[in-house]
Design a protein around this ligand. Structure first.
Ligand code: BG6
Length: 527
């Protein structure tokens, strides 16, 4: 199923084959899943911001893994573009120092030989900066190959780099441009960027990346919902009480504090990653698994989000900022100390959203994300309604409502909390316990990083897991009033100590509604 999502260039569609006869169910031991390497066309991947954090920490390791698994064609090249005056050799050294060769030195040497570095100041004059000509020289003669221009730069540069590429004559019909999030910092800037890039590249050539969509468990959400009969009939406001989406990190802003301070948690995580997860949970079944059917359905969810006025923002959102504390037993500094100056940017957000349509009316979606929290976890919790009447005696214990916990990271799993009878004599005792689908135990395979999958989708020209222009703008349309209300109301972030679950107001946000945030310790050992 997942390969069907990725394997049909250039516009993959998913056409269900005739239903096979139901195979007998037997207790098979878990076997490693077969790894399929889908060939991709020959390509040049040109990374603007090629010496930056994202390139070194994510993009290069992702490309290395694809190369190691034999997916990169023989003559594929990776061209890093940055202001640094590094030579090819110096750049290769930088990458070699940062990327784990996984004990495969021979293949790693081949990977390093694919790398080039071009010194270029994308903010400068295209006619004067020799970097553009050098880039042109490198690409000359390969006009029919796929060209991926990956803009791992600040969004302010997206338009300028796109124009530079056009002026330098480097945009071919087989070119694609990848825009790293954030696309802008509000609706107007997102529109302006989309317009500027749209003057150079067609919408089909623009790949707006949200790396959450490349995560295995996120893709699995589609399979979970639409390849199982069990859940979909219950997937609505008759049976579901509420949904929680949490992306908690233990890391601070660290070396990224400059970027982060101009952004904050709402722009950095909610406007994109968390809303995309919400869309996948809430969307209607698309009629096909192709580039537009899925994105059309996600767009409808974004358009159905109830807009928040200033009163809603005061009631339904909480911003926070970490102070010094301890994470995993280690003392860590507060947000402003890390930044080196005072700031009222939020490193934590919790909010309550509503999707106004027939399926979801009355079902709150609680979202929260933050840095320097007590544990790293990204999960979606679907809380079902309680049973209408308990027939068990009080001393048997409370009947807890069923909960589906989709754990995105770490330790990818899907767990369904069921009520069960504690085994043994001595009266009836009820206990919640999970049916546990742990992907590591079941499939025993390496989980590719989201960027691996997404980069190969770009090369293949498959935009299904990328955000369309209208999606990005609809997400900003909903998010912007929250930012404006915070600003207008002078809303200061509430302090929380590093290593805690965030400000107490975030706990109060959900508890006011008679609900609680999900914590792992509520689960007993698996059945
Ligand atoms: C990025 C944000 O998009 O996602 C970061 O800019 C955040 O601030 C990161 O740390 C989280 O990604 P992941 O894959 O570690 O959950």
């Amino acid at each position: 199923m997942l390969n069907a999502l990725s394997s049909a260039p250039p516009a993959p569609t998913f056409s269900p084959s005739p239903a096979p006869a139901t195979p007998p169910i037997s207790a098979q031991p878990a076997t490693p899943a077969a790894q399929t390497v889908v060939p991709v066309p020959d390509c040049d991947v040109i990374v603007f911001g090629g010496t930056g954090d994202l390139a070194i920490r994510k993009l290069l390791p992702a490309l290395w893994h694809r190369d190691r698994e034999g997916q990169l064609p023989e003559s594929a090249r990776i061209i890093a573009v940055s202001r640094s005056d590094a030579s090819d050799a110096a750049y290769r050294d930088q990458v070699a120092a940062a990327v784990d060769p996984a004990g495969d030195q021979t293949t790693f040497a081949r990977f390093l030989s694919r790398l080039r570095h071009i010194t270029l100041d994308a903010t400068g004059d295209v006619q004067r900066d020799p970097g553009w000509a050098a880039l042109g020289d490198l690409l000359r003669g390969r006009e029919d190959h796929v060209r991926v221009f990956y803009l791992a730069t600040a969004p302010q540069l997206f338009g300028q780099v796109s124009r530079g590429l056009r002026t330098a004559g480097l945009v071919t019909p087989a070119s694609r441009v990848v825009l790293e999030k954030p696309i802008g910092w509000d609706l107007a800037s997102a529109r302006a960027i989309n317009d500027e890039v749209g003057e150079v590249f067609s919408e089909q050539q623009i790949f707006r990346i949200d790396h959450y969509l490349g995560k295995e468990t996120v893709q699995n959400l589609l399979v979970l919902r639409f390849a199982n009969m069990l859940l979909e009939p219950l997937w609505n406001n008759s049976w579901i009480d509420h949904v929680q989406i949490t992306a908690a990190e233990t890391v601070g802003t660290g070396a990224r504090s400059g970027y982060y301070d101009a952004s904050g948690a709402l722009r950095d995580m909610v406007q994109n990653h968390l809303l995309q997860l919400l869309c996948l949970v809430a969307m209607e079944p698309p009629n096909r698994l192709d580039r537009d059917a899925v994105r059309d359905e996600k767009l409808k969810v974004l358009q159905a989000l109830r807009p928040m006025d200033s009163g809603d923002v005061a009631r339904c959102t909480v911003r926070g900022q970490y102070r010094a504390g301890a994470v995993d037993g280690e003392p860590v500094p507060g947000y402003c100390t890390e930044l080196g100056q005072p700031s009222d940017t939020e490193s934590f957000v919790a909010l309550k959203a509503e999707v106004q349509n027939w399926r979801w009316a009355g079902v709150p979606f609680y979202l929260r994300t933050g840095k320097r929290l007590h544990k790293r976890t990204t999960e979606i919790v679907v809380q079902f309604k309680p049973v209408p009447h308990s027939l068990f005696p009080d001393q048997a214990g409370a009947v807890t409502a069923n909960r589906l916990v989709i754990h995105l990271q770490p330790n990818e799993s899907v767990r369904l909390l069921m009520m069960t009878k504690e085994p043994g004599p001595g009266g009836l005792r009820l206990r919640p316990a999970p049916l546990n689908l742990s992907f590591a135990d079941t499939f025993g395979t390496r989980f590719p990083d989201a960027y691996e999958r997404l980069l190969m989708d770009v090369v293949r020209g498959n935009p299904t897991l990328f955000m369309r222009r209208d999606e990005v703008e609809a997400a900003w349309e909903w998010t912007e009033p929250i930012l404006s209300a915070w600003q207008a109301g002078g809303e200061q972030p509430r302090p929380y100590h590093a290593g805690t679950p965030g400000p107490t107001a975030a706990i109060a946000l959900i508890e006011r509604d008679g609900r609680t945030w999900h914590e792992d310790h509520e689960e007993e050992p698996s059945l």
